[in-house]
Design a protein around this ligand. Structure first.
Ligand code: E4P
Length: 249
């Protein structure tokens, strides 16, 4: 993978396709993996635990996040301990609230107290970042996933937001901030500039890393060729009237 050498940020792969995960695992530039129930459902996974254990049987040297899906806080704690037991490299994803909007800070506190590495997910507001930061233990690694792309989807600029989140998290030096839900390759650079520790990237955006720094002349020519080849491939024709040439000056 072609990752510009001046980037400090760690790249995680976000997805739930085992084949893709294993392909990406061969690349040392990919420093970890994230999943979520939506990606797993889209990938057609029927058995949550079997999928997770299959991934963890292969990937032992990098963190992999699996999310709890209980909606009551005790259930989240129980699932969190269970998932944490699947492997030493597991990060337990805890949504920042349950579906009633109730904060999961007590869940985070209980898991962190036992040394579980949590990945608090679906975080949007800076108040949420503050509350989670306070719940973390300075001696236990943790991740906070702020959904910068979804924030951008509301018309807000995520960059100053993410910079502030980085500052808030400084209180917990072992905690890392993920720029989650990127929408374009440029976000990798945005996340790096903002001081985020990690960006988690889906395959479609990872594929665009090959374009990093590419000559715009080359890219322009490739685009022109693409239009030309697709028009030819589709067999398009326009009957032209030679008399109209006089309109071209
Ligand atoms: C992060 O861990 C999430 O799985 C992911 O970034 C969500 O992205 P989305 O907003 O594209 O669903």
């Amino acid at each position: 993978m072609n990752i510009p050498s001046d980037l400090r940020i760690k790249i995680f792969a976000d997805g739930a396709n085992l084949e893709e995960i294993l392909r990406l695992a061969k690349d040392p530039m990919i420093k970890g993996f994230t999943t979520n129930p939506t990606l797993m459902r889209k990938a057609g996974i029927e058995d949550y635990e079997t999928f997770a254990r299959d991934v963890l049987a292969e990937i032992v040297d990098r963190p992999v996040s699996f999310e709890v899906f209980a909606d009551d806080l005790d259930g989240m704690v129980a699932q969190g301990f269970e998932i944490a037991g699947w492997g030493p490299n597991v990060n337990v994803k805890i949504p920042v609230t349950n579906t009633q909007g109730e904060s999961t800070v007590p869940v985070v506190e209980r898991l962190v107290a036992e040394g579980v590495v949590v990945n608090v997910t679906a975080v949007f507001t800076l108040d949420q970042v503050r509350a989670i930061t306070a719940a973390l233990d300075a001696s236990v690694p943790a991740i906070v996933s702020v959904f910068a792309g979804r924030i951008a989807d509301t018309g807000r600029d995520p960059i100053p937001h993410m910079r502030e989140a980085v500052e808030i998290l400084r209180d917990r030096p072992k905690a890392e901030l993920i720029w989650a839900s990127p929408r374009e390759l440029l976000n990798v650079f945005h996340a790096d500039e903002s001081g985020c520790h990690i960006i988690t990237v889906t395959n479609d955006i990872l594929a665009k890393l090959a374009n990093a720094g590419k000559s715009l002349e080359t890219f322009s020519l490739e685009t022109v060729k693409m239009f030309h080849e697709d028009a030819a491939g589709a067999g398009y024709e326009i009957q032209t009237d030679p008399g109209k040439l006089k309109l071209v000056r």
